[in-house]
Design a protein around this ligand. Sequence first.
Ligand SMILES: [Ca+2]
Length: 329
Amino acid sequence: MPRSVYTRFYASLSRVLTLFLSPPSPCLFPSLPAVSKWDLESFDYQELKSELTEVPASNVFEERPSPTGCGELVWVGEPVTFRRAETIAGKYGVWMKDPEPVPPYTRETTWRVDAIGTDIRQVFEYDDADQFMKGYPSKVHVLPRSMESTGAIIYRGSLYFQRHKSRTVAKYDLKTETITVQKDIPSAGYHGQFPYSWGGYTDVDLAVDEMGLWVTYSTDKAKGAIVLSKLDPETLEVEQTWETNIRKQAVANSFMICGTLYTISSYSAPDATVNFAYHTATSTSEPLSIRFENHYGYSSMVDYNPTERKLFAWDNFNMVTYDIRLSTI
Ligand SMILES: [Ca+2]
């Protein structure tokens, strides 16, 4: 066969083999299948698409995760539902696992905050996925200060959250049940000044990835464009700041993977997309079109867990995860 056809055939074979031979990503809930039928069908579709868009032969052999496991987002799977909130307080919310837990917590410990209300203080702690799915918390924390909206994150045994009606981020130590540090995010808009498109006072959105702790917001100076800062998780000092060209109110949510900010086009459309990436390494952005399904029509929180290698989201009372794939093309 001609060399170009042979190269393409070999590339397809190599990618299919990679799919089946690579170790499965750490499975959040071992009782559930790691790869659904849909995922495989979708991968086939992705394969077809990548063949049509023609991958240059010279790039074919670089298309694999880097040694750190980092890469660029190329695919988001269909949402998998783990739990539905029982009351109206759970129409919006935050749920997550700690990507770097510290004792007494583990990678199985699961956390949940129902975020409807003006005095959000309760943080539900579950020993594992089974207890979470059954709705049996092992403990209910009551925060000494109330939380604003759905931007909170859990990292290294602490809950980081934006305080109600302020630009202050607080670090709450889950073991000692105290706020250990709090700091203003300089010039950050709050309480409806620069929310995401769905509103809900989503002015300040915290995120964790392979590189550490981040915060997404905007300022008067940035005129509503997304500003991104890397935070020291110990002191909450801003280490570095990037001003993007992505208007915060034009996107539904965002998350960080490997130092890149990704935004979602819509909180309600069933056929939404991950529509922009902003790379902090190069201070550049690029448009994307990676399918992202809002299955229940109202995604109020989307965040990445670098240990689980999944997106965690809260979609209209439902707590869901999405598998992802990264590439280093
Ligand atoms: Ca987010």
